[in-house]
Design a protein around this ligand. Structure first.
Ligand SMILES: Cc1cc2nc3c(=O)[nH]c(=O)nc-3n(C[C@H](O)[C@H](O)[C@H](O)COP(=O)(O)OP(=O)(O)OC[C@H]3O[C@@H](n4cnc5c(N)ncnc54)[C@H](O)[C@@H]3O)c2cc1C
Length: 463
């Protein structure tokens, strides 16, 4: 008799491990299959956590060399110990993945080590052994999207995985793709001394984000020394010795040229990962983009098989995967699990940070929704001035009739933390007046959120 479980989750990323924990909390007998040597998925091993460790460390390096003098803190002879910085990153990752292992033990979740494959509804194979489960959850995440003609070796031409592991600061890094991952990792290596050129197919950065924020973001990053080649396509990459020659085609100018890089970071997006899972044999349907098709309860077309996280539709974000993991575990336990996709914040952890939740102005215009916008710049916020971090603004969008908050877009210091208040406002169906009347501590950056909410009715106090 094979071992049997109430739930077997395939993949231990933020979707899978959180689903496993919540199901165990609700009394289910749970196993989670992971083929990596460590738990935590892309997020903890090669994504969110190592990138944020390097972003934080590189920010400290940049601050020591360039920003502390303005505060009267004189530091001389700042040098970079990249090996130490990388070792620290590895320690941060190690502590996080061990944390998930501890949580598995605490919640009596069995970790089945190896690659999982669906044999049939209710049956899963892991490295030759078979297991039974009432419910199977696929949470196998994503990997980086390849670009035809560009061969990744993770050294000269790297995805985010290789770009997190560089042992030397490249002289010139060319980033293909002006999205979140490219700009975050481009920022890391720029701060550590690389010249960074970002090549983007579209005529703007961070597609999908608020257009006004994207423009300001491009201006600020340009001021920091990053170079942008928008409306430009990379048509080929040739490694020659220690260099990579990239051919670019500009749509606007109609020209072709070659640029040389020490390291190329390919960051044009991520695609769902379903390789070797036996989905075709099991009859699980995928959409045109290779994502597993699910209904509002995360059920696939095959009874007993569910899917969550990056492998299904929706924003490829760790917290989205986590919310789905919780909701699905609750649904499987007979409760009413639910995810409000309109209240999922998105954050870019560059300097300054960019954060958004809800609808953009572009989306509201397209939908024909009448809205009002309130904006407040950090230059008028006392705390931002005290910190010497006045780049950016907060923009609150509210329904023109009901005043309900529909969206918020922030570029500025701590934007990723500030956005939580507006995610809560959207979740609770608050009006901009509710946010504007809430007492915010002084002096805090959050006062800019209050002021932007007041500005919706043209009654900001400090501008
Ligand atoms: C560089 C980078 C930075 C990022 N930064 C952020 C950020 O700051 N914030 C944010 O919200 N998101 C960020 N993301 C995105 C985030 O990592 C993903 O959205 C998130 O990890 C998705 O979670 P998941 O559980 O769906 O899958 P994943 O985290 O991808 O986990 C899937 C797991 O399944 C395992 N697996 C796959 N197939 C099998 C199999 N057959 N058998 C057993 N195991 C299998 C894989 O080994 C993997 O461990 C970042 C991503 C990258 C690459």
């Amino acid at each position: 008799m094979p071992d049997s479980f109430d739930l077997i989750v395939i993949g231990s990323g933020p979707g899978g491990y959180v689903c496993a924990i919540r199901a165990a909390q609700l009394g289910m007998k749970v196993a989670c299959i992971e083929k990596r040597d460590t738990l935590g998925g892309t997020c903890l091993n090669i994504g969110c956590i190592p990138s944020k460790a390097l972003l934080h460390s590189s920010e400290k390096f940049h601050e020591a060399g360039h920003a502390l003098a303005a505060h009267g803190v004189m530091v001389e002879g700042v040098t970079l110990d990249l090996a130490r910085m990388q070792a620290r990153k590895a320690e941060v990752v190690g502590a996080n993945v061990k944390g998930v292992e501890f949580l598995f033990k605490k919640n009596k979740i069995t970790w089945l080590k190896g690659a999982g494959r669906v044999v049939a509804p209710g049956r899963v194979a892991v490295d030759g052994a078979e297991y039974e489960a009432k419910h199977i959850v696929i949470a196998t995440g994503s990997d980086s999207t390849p670009l035809p003609g560009i061969e990744v070796d993770e050294r000269r031409i790297a995805t985010s995985t290789g770009a997190l592991e560089l042992e030397q600061v490249p002289g010139h890094m060319v980033v293909i793709g002006g999205g979140v991952i490219g700009l975050e990792l481009g920022s890391v290596w720029k701060r550590l001394g690389a010249q960074v050129t970002v090549v983007e197919f579209l005529d703007r950065l961070i597609p999908g984000n608020d257009g006004e924020v994207a423009k300001q973001f491009e201006r600020i990053l340009t001021r920091q020394g990053m170079k942008f080649r928008l409306s430009t396509k990379v048509t080929g990459a040739r490694v020659e010795g220690d260099k990579v020659n990239l051919t670019l085609e500009s749509f606007k100018k109609g020209t072709t040229e070659t640029i040389t890089a020490d390291v190329v970071l390919l960051a044009i997006g991520r695609r769902p990962y379903t390789e070797g899972l036996g989905l075709a044999e099991a009859g699980v349907a995928l959409d045109a983009r290779g994502r597993i098709i699910t209904d509002a309860h995360f059920a696939t077309n095959v009874a007993g098989i569910h899917a969550i996280g990056d492998v299904i539709a929706g924003p490829m974000l760790a917290h989205k995967a986590e919310e789905e993991g919780v909701a699905l575990a609750e649904i499987l336990a007979g409760q009413a699990g639910h995810v409000n996709y309109n209240a999922i914040p998105g954050v870019i952890y560059t300097w300054p940070e960019v954060a958004s939740v809800g609808q953009t102005e572009e989306q509201l215009k397209e939908a024909g929704t009448a809205y009002k916008a309130g904006k407040f710049p950090f230059t008028a916020n006392g705390r931002a001035r005290a910190m010497g971090m006045t780049d950016g603004f907060v923009k609150v969008l509210a329904d023109a009739v009901s005043d309900r908050v529909l969206g918020c877009h922030i570029i500025g210091p701590e934007a990723g933390t500030l956005i939580a208040e507006l995610a809560m406002a959207i979740e609770f169906g608050a009006s901009s007046e509710d946010v504007g009347r809430l007492c915010h501590a002084h002096p805090t950056l959050n006062e800019s959120v209050k002021e932007a909410a007041l500005a919706v009715e043209g009654r900001a106090l400090h501008i």
